[in-house]
Design a binder for this molecule. Structure first.
Ligand code: IMP
Length: 199
């Protein structure tokens, strides 16, 4: 099955492409089908924003389109930055400035628990949707560690692995990450949909 990846984030594209191709899905980029849509993420949940992005690209391309909406939810920041992860602190900041803001917000905080969330939505031209959600629990480190990854990876510590996401290679991260978990669940839901047993 051919699906258009509704994302312009190069890091997310690499991760999504790697996992989806292993699931036997032929992934094409928006640029490869001549689509360039700017989707305003006006939803208040990851689910809503993933559906907005997938639907817009499906309408523009006429093909099934798959989108991920994801973010970091920190307990002591009342679940923030959450759906605002990409824009935390304002549009002008870079990834490092954003994670530094999270570290600052947690200074003196005992509770450093957090989770990454990813919601995947595939929108089909007939109006159907297949959706899945994945989470990865962890802690916010006291200082950034590791050079790989993107976004908040350097401050997201996975206690079982004793590493941040930025200290993991791609396979190691994809095996446990919110996006990896969501895509594994998505695969099951997609198979149910294709077999006609989707609810
Ligand atoms: P959006 O889903 O495009 O709205 O953006 C999600 C934002 O959440 C990204 O820009 C990152 O800041 C953050 N994020 C999502 N997934 C990850 C991840 O795997 N590692 C680090 N940061 C992430």
């Amino acid at each position: 099955m051919k699906m258009v990846l509704a994302s312009k984030n190069p890091h997310k594209l690499t991760e999504l492409e790697a996992i989806l191709s292993r699931l036997g899905i032929e992934v094409v980029l928006e640029s490869q089908v001549g689509v360039d849509v700017e989707v305003e993420e006006t939803g208040t949940t990851f689910e809503e924003n993933a559906a907005l992005k997938a639907t817009a690209v499906m309408r523009a391309s006429g093909l099934p389109a798959i989108a991920d909406d994801s973010g970091l939810c920190v307990t002591a920041l009342a679940g923030g930055p959450g759906v605002y992860s990409a824009r935390y602190g304002g549009e002008g900041l870079n990834d490092k400035q954003r994670y530094e803001l999270v570290l600052k917000g947690l200074s003196g905080q005992m509770d450093r628990s957090a989770k990454f969330v990813s919601c995947i939505c595939c929108a089909f031209p007939n109006g159907d949707k297949v959706e899945a959600r994945g989470e990865c629990a962890g802690m916010i480190a006291y200082s950034p560690q590791g050079a790989d990854g993107f976004g908040y990876d350097p401050i997201f510590l996975v206690p079982e692995a004793k590493k941040t996401f930025a200290q993991m290679d791609a396979d190691e991260k994809n095996a446990i990450s919110h996006r990896g978990v969501a895509l594994q669940k998505f695969k099951v839901e997609l198979e149910k949909y294709l077999n006609g047993t989707h609810q």
